[in-house]
Design a protein around this ligand. Structure first.
Ligand code: ATP
Ligand code: MG
Length: 170
């Protein structure tokens, strides 16, 4: 059976952590996992530990800075280079689980198009399971995916002014 395509989207907390949880489960099953983080360039705490886990590789393809404004040429280049590299990884089948963290944000800001993203995922080797995370998943990707989880925000302390905390959000 061909690997499935998951999408974790919505405004509630838990998209990236769910993907990381799945990565750990897969690695525990002896599978190899590749996590590409789009948009992100800062040192998220998972970066310090994930690459020490046997079977999981985490690479960042972002610069972290445009989110409050417009993406710059360099943001677009970083994302496109990332998609290109992930494309090769999906195709060669060396990793059984490939996570495209925040790729939905990349399509939302038009760093690459959703059609390009789907084209790359469609060319995956049969063994590869794919996870795409990030708010504002494009309808085309939702249609294409085999599993879509919408994290619903019931409450979030962000609205109380509590910003991202080390070890909890980053
Ligand atoms: P996690 O990584 O904890 O699983 P997530 O992947 O579901 O979360 P993201 O959308 O990737 O969530 O990012 C959440 C980040 O965005 C947090 O650092 C949070 O502080 C910030 N943020 C900005 N606006 C909001 C909002 N309206 N609700 C929640 N978080 C927000
Ligand atoms: Mg996230």
């Amino acid at each position: 059976m061909r690997g499935m395509v998951h999408v974790y989207t919505g405004n509630g907390k838990g998209k990236t952590t769910a993907a990381i949880g799945l990565a750990i489960r897969s690695a525990g099953a002896g599978k190899s996992v590749y996590i590409g983080q789009f948009i992100k360039g800062m040192e998220y705490s998972e970066l310090k530990i994930i690459n020490r886990i046997q079977g999981i590789t985490l690479v960042q393809y972002g610069r972290d800075c445009f989110i409050k404004g417009e993406p710059e040429t360099e943001d677009i280049k970083a994302a496109r280079d990332g998609l290109n590299e992930i494309g090769k990884i999906l195709k060669n089948g060396k990793y059984d689980l490939v996570i495209l963290d925040e790729a939905n944000i990349a399509t939302y800001y038009k760093l690459f198009s959703v059609n390009e993203l789907i084209r790359v995922i469609e060319k995956r080797a049969d063994n590869v399971e794919v996870v795409v995370t990030g708010r504002k998943a494009d309808d085309k990707l939702i249609k294409y995916a085999d599993l879509v989880t919408n994290m619903e925000e019931v409450k979030h302390y962000y609205h109380k002014g509590i910003k991202a905390r080390k070890g909890i959000e980053n």
